[in-house]
Design a binder for this molecule. Structure first.
Ligand code: GTP
Ligand code: IMP
Ligand code: MG
Length: 334
């Protein structure tokens, strides 16, 4: 389908980055465009023996044919963005919108102390205070920054032009549904809406221009920072299960609970998901590690996937069986 939006179904860190990288290599989109909040997100991607961490550019960067765009709804950390463009060598295919907001040191300072840090558990990257200034209409925009001159473009125009030509576009969400400022566990949320509609608004795509919404769920639920997590496991139990994870941006230990069907159902509703991607199946069912075919999965793993489809009434089209991009089962054409 020409436009596919990928969003997180729980509290972020579901493994969107890896799923997006897989789709980027498999479907060869002309454009990957990032919505969401900003450098508070961190995707980890493993491919061909290398591990990449990406916070500003779209996770599709591994495909050299894909243009990497950042929509006007995203706030930018200049240092992080320029560093990633240079590290990944994507100077000729990275573009940010004229109207992206710019995070400054003052925002990072406010975000790294006091209430935001201590009671919300913010990432300290300055995104919340920058979005507050945007609402106050005092935030600097990308078009005012000299060092971005080469990378500026009208992103909504580029994306809609591609869609008109029926070219493939990946729209990349960050964070997760229950971190949404509107739909999440307020006040323990991020500073914007991060459901599919919000992500589309970030990049300038109208609701009738979306063909598919892939919602990414991890095989268990994780949460980093403060806020409610139903049926949260003790840290001992998390370790016994082998579910321990450390945050990409902050290095904090992620909290964990079993897969939550109720949350997942609400998430499907809020995002109008048409497909489900399940990641980390190998962590819950280690015998399934690196598998690339559904028929090879163990009976309990197959049963887990079938239960998700029965209860949520949306097909599970992609399954992650390891951190490597190719550790993926693709059932889209079956
Ligand atoms: P945010 O935008 O910050 O919400 O991040 P994200 O959804 O891209 O997820 P993130 O990369 O922060 O965390 C997912 C972690 O799981 C990463 O370390 C990935 O390498 C890893 N991962 C992703 N899919 C799989 C999988 O199927 N199996 C295993 N074992 N690891 C996976
Ligand atoms: P902020 O977005 O930095 O203001 O943080 C607000 C809350 O959202 C905190 O609980 C963060 O841990 C959480 N959060 C923000 N971005 C991410 C993400 O990409 N993955 C997981 N949690 C996130
Ligand atoms: Mg992350």
């Amino acid at each position: 389908m020409p436009s596919t939006v990928i969003v997180g179904g729980f509290f972020g860190d579901e493994g969107k980055g890896k799923i997006i990288s897989y789709l980027a290599m498999k479907d060869n989109p002309v454009i990957a465009v990032r919505g969401g909040v900003g450098p508070n997100a961190g995707h980890t991607i493993e491919h061909a023996g290398k591990k990449y961490k990406v916070r500003m550019l779209p996770s599709a960067f591994l495909n050299p044919n894909t243009r990497l765009l950042v929509g006007p709804g995203v706030v930018i950390s200049l240092d992080v963005l320029l560093q990633e463009i240079s590290t990944f060598g994507t100077q000729d295919r990275s573009f940010v919108d004229y109207q992206c907001g710019i995070i400054e040191d003052s925002h990072r300072i406010i975000d790294s102390q006091g209430r935001l840090k201590e009671s919300i558990g913010s990432t300290g990257t300055g995104t919340g205070p920058a979005n507050a200034d945007r609402a106050m209409r005092t935030l600097k925009l990308a078009k005012e920054i000299d060092s971005l001159a080469l990378y500026l473009d009208d992103i909504p125009n580029a994306v809609n032009f591609a869609l008109e030509r029926k070219e493939q576009v990946l729209v990349e969400g960050t964070q997760g549904t229950f971190l949404s400022l509107w739909h999440g566990t307020y006040p323990y949320v991020t500073s914007k809406d991060v459901t599919a509609s919000g992500i589309c608004a970030d990049v300038g795509i109208g609701p009738k221009r979306v063909d598919d919404v892939v919602i990414v769920f991890k095989s268990f639920v994780t949460r980093v920072g403060e806020g409610p997590l139903k049926n949260e496991l003790s840290s001992e139990k998390v370790i016994t299960n082998g579910w321990q994870e450390v945050g990409t941006v902050t290095g904090r230990q992620r909290r964990a609970a079993e897969f939550d069907f109720e949350l997942a159902k609400r998430s499907i509703m809020l995002n109008s998901a048409t497909q489900i991607a399940i990641t980390k199946l190998d962590v819950v069912y280690p015998e399934c590690a690196h598998m690339q075919s559904f028929s090879d999965l163990s009976s309990p793993a197959k049963y887990f996937i079938k239960t998700i489809e029965d209860k949520l009434k949306v097909p599970v089209t992609l399954i992650g069986t390891g951190p490597e991009v190719n550790d993926t089962i693709d059932r889209r054409n079956q």
